[in-house]
Design a protein around this ligand. Structure first.
Ligand SMILES: [Zn+2]
Length: 394
């Protein structure tokens, strides 16, 4: 048997007044996801274990069948894996955003979605000035970089900068063990950024400068049993998002990069499907992730979210269903990692609907892929769902 997970990030939602009380999944035309439900089953899965934040990190880790409560360390070490940085057991990796702080407010958590060509020289300059035997700055992509600190204490509380957009930043500075180390790095990075040529160019071009660094999402190195260790499976991850690729790396999956994958509407869907086909012909498992439904949920734009869901249904789910002509023993599962309701513009951690079809899945009575159709189903923990997907039946 071959296995494919199709993850529509943040697809699940709440009833929307503007849609007459329907959710975006109900309002969208999704003939292919509906057909998976008719060919197989609909169910409900809890991807965010109680007590954990409903981040894509925790949710995708759970979907891959790992107990997030036991294994999740933080976003930093996952992103380190995605860019090939090996962490030592004594290392703590922080995600380090470059941000725009203005008039005491978090003006922009992404410094205007700064390009790597502008941000990487800045991180290199910061590393040259502030790097030591125990502190290292590693450039990543766009506004997303890493700060790695040796022997950093556990227990520091940091705030994700995207959670405080437009709010005063000072009350949200890191608090707890090691705070003085981080505050000192932030203070000392500020003048380096201010005199960086990249920032001077950005200001001259009317773009937002990266005024500060903002470390968060820290954790120690994560070591996971790979899918090869757990199930003897080979496989690939296909995603525009470095976080999801990092989880794939930690799970022992091959990263298949797709040119033109944007993480937004109109991404290179055909390229993603071609990469999935190539992987499924040669390997056992594919984790194909599409980011656009989540992004449009964060924007609070219900029509764009419906468009994102319809594009996912047509260009990903439909094309993967068509692959069964070539790969008949293909088990397919469609699922969001978490809810991103357009009404709240942020993640929520309730149970989400999944649809599964393929060998040893006996069709049920449901006919459409919606939250409402799934509501009768018992809630399964994601770790159980993955196990069942690989070894079980419906
Ligand atoms: Zn997500």
């Amino acid at each position: 048997m071959k296995y494919v997970f199709l993850v529509g990030d943040g697809m699940a939602d709440y009833p929307v007044g503007e849609l007459g009380g329907r959710t975006p999944l109900e309002a969208a035309a999704t003939p292919n996801m509906d057909s998976i439900v008719r060919l197989g089953r609909i169910g409900r899965v809890l991807t965010v274990p109680a007590g954990l934040p409903p981040g894509s990190d925790v949710a995708n880790l759970s979907l891959l069948g790992y107990d997030a409560a036991a294994n999740f360390e933080g976003r930093g070490p996952i992103e380190a894996a995605s860019i090939g940085v090996e962490l030592d057991a004594a290392d703590t990796a922080f995600r380090c955003n470059v941000v725009t702080l203005r008039d005491g407010l978090m003006d922009d958590y992404s410094a205007g979605h700064i390009g790597s060509e502008d941000s990487r020289p800045m991180i290199t300059e910061i590393q040259a000035a502030l790097g030591t035997k125990t502190v290292k700055f590693v450039p990543g992509i766009s506004y997303r970089h890493l700060t790695i600190i040796r022997d950093f204490p556990r227990g520091l509380a940091c705030t994700p900068p995207h959670d405080i957009s437009g709010q005063p930043w000072e009350p949200h500075l890191p608090k707890g063990p090691g705070q003085e180390i981080i505050l000192d790095l932030m203070e000392r990075a500020r003048p380096i950024l201010a005199r960086s040529e990249s920032n001077k160019r950005r200001i001259a071009a009317g773009k937002k400068p990266a005024t500060d660094i903002w470390p968060w999402g820290q954790g120690r190195a994560m070591k996971l049993l790979t899918l090869q260790d757990r199930y003897g499976l080979t496989g690939s991850v296909i995603s525009a998002v470095d976080l999801v690729r990092g989880l794939g790396v930690l799970a022992g999956l091959k990263v298949r990069l797709v040119p033109g994958a944007t993480g937004y509407l109109g991404t290179n869907y055909a390229g993603k499907v071609a990469a999935a086909r190539e992987a499924l012909l040669n390997e056992d498992f594919v984790y194909l992730h599409v980011e656009a439904p989540d992004e449009t949920g964060h924007e609070g734009d219900v029509h764009k979210k419906i468009q994102a869901i319809e594009e996912f249904d047509k260009h990903i789910v439909g094309e993967i269903l068509a692959l069964r002509a070539e790969i008949p023993d293909l088990r397919i599962l469609v699922v969001p990692d978490h809810e991103t309701p357009v009404s709240t513009k942020t993640h929520a951690g309730g149970p989400v609907p999944y649809a599964v079809c393929g060998p040893h899945v006996v069709p049920g009575a449901a006919a459409a892929y919606t939250e409402k159709e799934a509501a009768w189903a018992p809630v399964e923990p994601a770790v159980d769902l993955f196990e069942r997907f690989i070894r079980g039946s419906w």
